[in-house]
Design a protein around this ligand. Structure first.
Ligand code: NAD
Length: 496
């Protein structure tokens, strides 16, 4: 059985822990590896190694730190297919989808290559006579990252490259459900020439995370995952006086205006709703049909019904299995509740299974219409290939519905009317808005900006906000005397 190693002080080491978590192939639930639950001592060693490495790394020239990222980016691109294959095997994602997961991470490394420009401070000469003020951005120290199962390449790459390029060192606790991909990312980081201790990887669950949250040497915590865990991590990290940014769950609505281009709407909604088996934090899980656009629901349902789940290397598969049997049971129970609570199940994927892979976590594409706000399938984040269709009479009603929802990760509007799009983008209380773009994930020169229950914290991921999250600002006020004439005691606070 493949044992996933820890990465401590530049070495991949076998854990001495007696506790392990099985990593399974979601297509058939066979165990493909085991991840250790790092021991107390291993956790301490990982943090100590990052702390020691910080002493020298913070003084390495910023251009040298950028060059490490350039070498890393080149290696990630060379190994793109190979990483995607590992990712597919442990998540069940189709190969193309897995390649997208890796690619969106590579783009963040490309942003980290720009770190000299991103770390620039500000200067003002002569804030008072002969006195200048300027600011530097400086790294924080040891930062920690806790990541979810659904993007095992992209989300770790949201975090450690930018943190490390900014001069910090890092301890990553990846999802225990797919730790092979982050391990490969780390191997390539070492191959790119990363000095020992810059990146450390520990494995496990709540105990290992809590160790990081309570440790005085961890200065900042980045988390992506579910709402309850995100709330726990935000509260505990800040209670322990750490910086925290916690990206959590979502329920993303797409609003369909009757003047939108029907073919574009339907084609986009199919992939945005059931792609990646709905296991994307930016997936569209609610389609809000305004007025006559409701007549398109049957055709949308027909199109979604034709999407077939399959194995990662099946080119015709629309998406793969869910990550675990637990996730599958949860989604099936939500589908059942949808039926019982009165929604109309136009497409029912609950009986789907893949021939020869009956033990896998399969759920077929599912579409509900006549969904109301009170129903469990509307209120809960399903995180499965399930689309809920809601009908409203006006754009105003659609905006009010989306704004009442406690989540605010992403949303989109389909329309041919600029004024409607402008009203939507202005009034909607959601952090990422697409106009005729179903899943508006920003590229890394912007930031990933969830709102409400989709994000706890102040500074978002990557982009300029990511750099600010991983740095502290130091403001210096400086005067150099040109003569040695004593000016006498200065009794005021004025700089004049
Ligand atoms: P999860 O919350 O179960 O796990 C995330 C991480 O937290 C894992 O590393 C896990 O080991 C750790 N963890 C789990 N329980 C813990 C506990 N009690 N205490 C401390 N740590 C704990 O999430 P998941 O199922 O892996 O991922 C799916 C969730 O992530 C969905 O809710 C999805 O919306 C969300 N997500 C959000 C974004 C975003 O940007 N907002 C992006 C991707 C995923």
């Amino acid at each position: 059985m493949k044992q996933i190693p820890l990465l401590i002080n530049g070495e991949f080491i076998a854990s001495t822990s007696q506790q392990h978590i099985d990593v399974t192939n979601p297509a058939n639930n066979q165990v493909i590896a085991q991840a250790p639950c790092a021991t107390h001592e291993e956790m301490e060693n990982a943090i100590a190694s990052a702390k020691e490495a910080f002493k020298t790394w913070r003084n390495v020239a910023v251009s040298e730190r950028a060059r490490l990222m350039m070498r890393y980016q080149a290696l990630l691109k060379t190994h793109h297919d190979e990483i995607a294959e590992i990712l597919s095997q442990e998540t069940g994602k189709t190969f193309d989808d897995a390649k997208g997961d890796v690619w969106r991470g590579i783009e963040v490394v490309e942003q980290a290559m720009n770190i000299p420009a991103l770390m620039m401070g500000e200067t003002v000469e002569n804030v008072a006579r002969g006195i200048d003020t300027y600011s530097y951005t400086q790294p924080l120290g040891v930062c920690a990252g806790i990541t979810p199962f659904n993007f095992p390449a992209m989300i770790p790459l949201w975090m450690f490259p930018l943190a490390i390029a900014a001069g910090n060192t890092f301890v990553l606790k990846p999802s225990e459900q797919d730790p092979m991909t982050p391990t490969r990312l780390a191997e390539l980081f070492l191959e790119a020439g990363a000095p020992k201790g810059l990146l450390n990887i520990v494995h496990g669950g709540a105990d290992q995370v809590n160790h990081l949250l309570h440790h005085e040497d961890i200065k900042a915590v980045s988390f992506v995952g579910s709402v309850p865990v995100g709330q726990h991590i935000y509260k505990t990290a800040t209670d322990n006086m750490k910086r925290a940014q916690c990206f959590a769950g979502a329920k993303n609505h797409s609003v369909i205006m009757p003047d939108a281009n029907k073919a574009q709407v339907l084609n986009n909604l199919v992939g945005a709703s059931v792609g990646a088996a709905g296991q994307r934090c930016m997936a569209i899980s609610v389609a809000v049909f305004v007025g006559d656009s409701k007549d398109w629901i049957p055709e949308l349902a027909e199109m979604i019904a034709k999407v077939r789940p399959g194995l990662w290397n099946d080119k015709d598969a629309g998406f793969g299995p869910l990550i675990s049997d637990k996730a599958r049971q949860r989604v099936l129970s939500l589908i059942e509740q949808g039926k019982q609570e009165g929604a109309t199940c136009l497409v029912d994927g609950s009986e789907f299974t893949l021939s020869g892979y009956e033990q896998g976590n399969w759920v077929g594409p599912t579409v509900f219409s006549d969904v109301t706000e009170e129903m469990t399938i509307y209120k809960e984040e399903i995180f499965g290939p399930v689309l809920c269709c809601v009908v409203v009479d006006s754009l105003e009603e659609a905006i009010a519905l989306v704004n009442r929802n406690p989540y605010g990760n992403g949303t989109s509007i389909f329309t041919a009317n600029g004024a409607a799009a402008r009203k939507y983008q202005h009034e909607i209380e959601v952090g990422q808005v697409g106009i005729n773009v179903p899943i508006p994930v920003p590229l890394p020169f912007f930031s990933f900006t969830g709102w409400k229950n989709s994000f706890y914290g102040d500074l978002h991921a990557y982009g300029k906000q990511g750099v600010r999250f991983y740095t502290e600002t130091k403001t210096i006020t400086s005067r150099w005397f040109e003569d040695d004439i004593p000016h006498g005691p200065n009794m005021t606070i004025s700089l004049r």
